[in-house]
Design a binder for this molecule. Sequence first.
Ligand code: CA
Length: 700
Amino acid sequence: MRLFSLVLVLVLLACSKPETPQKPDSSAEVVADPVSVALPDSEWAKHGLGDDEQRFSSLDQISPDNIGNLGLAWSFDISTRRGIEATPLMVDGVLYVSGSWSIVYALDAKTGALKWFYDPKVPRSTLANGCCDAVNRGVAYANGKVFVGTYDGRLVALAAETGEVVWEALTVDQSQPYTITGAPRIAKDNIIIGNAGAELGVRGYVTAYNIESGDLAWRFYTVPGNPANGFESKVLEMAAKTWNGEWWKWGGGGTAWDSMSYDPELNLFYVGVGNGSPWNQSLRSPGGGDNLFLSSIVALRPDTGEYVWHYQTTPGETWDYTATQHIMLADLSIDGKERKVLMQAPKNGFFYILDRVTGELLSAEKFTVANWASHIDMDTGRPVETETARIFDGVNVIIPSNGGGHNWPPMSYNPNTGLVYIPTMIFPGNFKAPTRDMDRLPRQSTYNTGFDRTALVPPNVPDIDEIFASQFTGKLVAWDPVTQKEKWSLAPGRPGSSGTLSTAGNLVFQGVQENFVAYDARSGEQLWSAEVQSLAAGSPITYAIDGEQYIAIAVGFGGGIGAEAGAISHAWKAKNRSRVLVYKLGGSHTLPPVAAEVERPIPKPAPVTVSNERVQEGLVLFQRHCSFCHGDGLRSSGLTPDLRWSGAAIHEIWQDIVRGGILESRGMVSFGQYVSAEDAESIRQYVLSEANRVYDLDNL
Ligand code: CA
């Protein structure tokens, strides 16, 4: 039927005077003019839509005039209950979505019917190899194949038609805590994938494989290895001159875990490089140095992996200031001159415009609050750090925090408004130098930042949730990249928003906590909102089938907000209802109602049986080994168990869990290598102490 009416309208247009055909009644099933759907962007076949990753679609059927009629067309329940961060792809009528544990779902893009799913069977014991949940940010598509990077470090090519494995390549040393959460990218004959794990002591790199055969084409290491083993290239020999000490014992970091983009015309492939391992540079590279290519954008030849240029956003990185945030390419008129630019808003809070031919810095301004540097010196291209930025004797409150002024949620660029839509965050981060050996020694497989994480324990004050709500915020910012100024921004709300989608309908779509929202791209006025019943963190896309425009988003609570930032999201307790949600004009599908929450009172805990000193020791050990999953100061988001609610049965088998690893299949691996039986008991006593405190407050 739809096809018929589309043909009819086209015939009418061709035969009659160029008058707008009668618009259907707004209450009718079809509420917009189907011919206005431009065909070029009917699919969403690449992660960022185009190789330039602008995430701007020319589809304009859905507009500010009719968005009130946007409704759910269909939904698909994802079976896993962890974070969802994917950008779906839509190719030839099929929507490809990756869920947690790197599971791929192929769905009919019009109806949501499951075509196939692929489960790479990632061992759940690998959960603790990553910082921020077993998420996956998307698949790639080329030549009838769908590619997924798995959490345990494999790259798998699937037949798009059936989901059958065509080839599989192991991209990491699985004895080390490498993970893959990012989307692979296609450039020429290659599929290129990075990895993650800089918090856990690995050395970063990106690898290219031949799309058809899966053969390794090239590998580019982002940081130098041990000089005694010889350097892989002259470029790494050069990079090693910017390092001191025995950095390789710490891994060095520099993992390229998310952003990449590609300019086919220039034959350049751009990679965003992550933070140092450990964060604390005075341990990683005593005496300083720029530590190339940490926190850099590196331009490579996509066919050979040959280095062409780099720009380092944060020399001597020490605050987890990755440059793995979204890299976007555009042609802009800067100072009256047409420039081929590259744009990035990395964690460090500055919006960078580079000449993407040469890597030359064209401009950089703060897009959010940043107290670690005053500005970027345009002569040297380097940040001018504030005097106290690297003083960690006491607790140094640095903004942005390690969470960044902007993290992985992608931006989008609307060439009609000339604005970049950035999901920003404003968090303070507490940095404190370590006083204990366990924070000063290279260690893999446990969160190894080189800072004292007791600085992150929230104070025991009754209104801590309100304090956190006011201190940890996020907001959408519309940024003019030419003038490097904010055009508009929204009122700050809770952090944890999704990436943005821009359309030629002059709309910006974004997941905002438990809602999926559309704004007017010109003014920021909120035009539409839909409840999604979970965290709307996946990045939205749009596509068209049979003359109808669809908007898709994958949702599910978890990721960094659920894991690493557990203390912040503690009072939030968003629920994981992982789904793919697809909207269209006139859509009338509804989600099942959500059952009322039942408060679970804290069970009466056993008394603390050790000294206060030992409880404090337990706190230190907990922060060192447990907090990045179970929440700073035991404030878990609920994604990982809130240990204060542990019943007597859990306390009875505490040693078996913490050291014996009996819950390994659920992601709680053994910490026996790092935690003695006495340590485990100290942690347990700290948990009891905090459980008693909460119990007493609840039962006043
Ligand atoms: Ca990091």
